[in-house]
Design a protein around this ligand. Structure first.
Ligand code: 13P
Length: 260
């Protein structure tokens, strides 16, 4: 075991396809009212609104000197070009976006995203000076077939391929079992903690232990104020990717303010 590295917990609200720009402004303001300076000292707090709300969220965060970070939910792998409907990583970087979710299971499931696309997106996000939050996770079927470990490790390998270790240090990996997303059925914290440990071991294999010890591994899937501390108590879980509960500022603030 290498030396212990302090990893600042990262808690990200993935709003998915919810909130227009006016609602987003209110949500950011409400969240800000509910958080204290020491909350930001303990935890890196990020919200990831839809593309159409990023600019408004950026402006309110900057004007009010909020310490809430801005995330995006996806990015295309090319810098520009004939890709109707897509948004590039440099465009997001220009909006002061710091984190970009890539490879969310909803994108893999509904929009045919492959491991290769996830890898290309992660690299584009890093090239634009932002940090990817790379999502991995097995389906219920894969879990029942005993394939969860293989599936997740394969996704990690593919997503991180050809990314230099030093660049990776700023990345996060979110373990989101597909069966736990939006179902109210969270993974057992012990199981999620063990998967996070396997993911870190895989990153160590691909880079070195100093990079792997610095990377933040998040858990996602029906995270709530009631269960967050059980996940955060796990040595290899360094934060959460929160869907439904992040849409309610009260609930999201309570998650950020967890105490072990
Ligand atoms: P829920 O928290 O709604 O289960 O969503 C999790 C998720 O997909 C976050 O990216």
């Amino acid at each position: 075991m290498g030396e212990m590295t302090e990893r600042k917990p990262l808690i990200v609200g993935n709003w998915k396809m919810n909130a227009n720009h006016l609602e987003a402004i209110q949500m950011v303001q409400k969240l800000s009212y509910r958080l204290e300076p020491e909350d930001y000292d303990r935890v890196e707090v990020v919200v990831a609104p839809p593309f159409t709300a990023l600019r408004s969220a950026q402006v309110v965060i900057e004007q009010d000197h909020m310490r809430i970070g801005l995330g995006a939910q996806d990015a295309h792998w090319k810098e520009s070009g004939a890709f109707t409907g897509e948004v590039s990583a440099p465009m997001l970087a220009k909006l002061a976006v710091q984190h970009v979710i890539v490879g969310h299971s909803e994108r893999r499931q509904h929009f045919g995203e492959t491991d290769e696309m996830v890898n290309a997106k992660a690299r584009a996000v890093l090239d634009a000076g932002m940090s990817p939050i790379i999502c991995v996770g097995e389906t219920a079927q894969q879990k029942d077939a005993g394939e969860a470990d293989d599936v997740v490790i394969q996704q990690v390998k593919a997503a991180l391929a050809r990314i230099e270790g030093r660049a990776l240090a700023s990345s996060a990996i979110a373990y989101e079992p597909v069966w736990a997303i939006g179902t109210g059925r969270n993974a057992m914290p012990d199981d999620a903690g063990e998967m996070a440990e396997r993911i870190r071991a895989q990153v160590t294999d691909m880079t070195d232990s100093s990079v792997a010890e610095g990377i933040r591994i998040l858990y996602g899937g029906s995270v709530s104020a009631g269960n967050i501390k059980d996940f955060m108590a796990k040595r290899h879980i360094d934060g959460a990717l929160v869907g439904g509960a992040s849409l309610e500022p009260d609930k999201f603030a309570a998650i950020v303010r967890y105490r072990i």
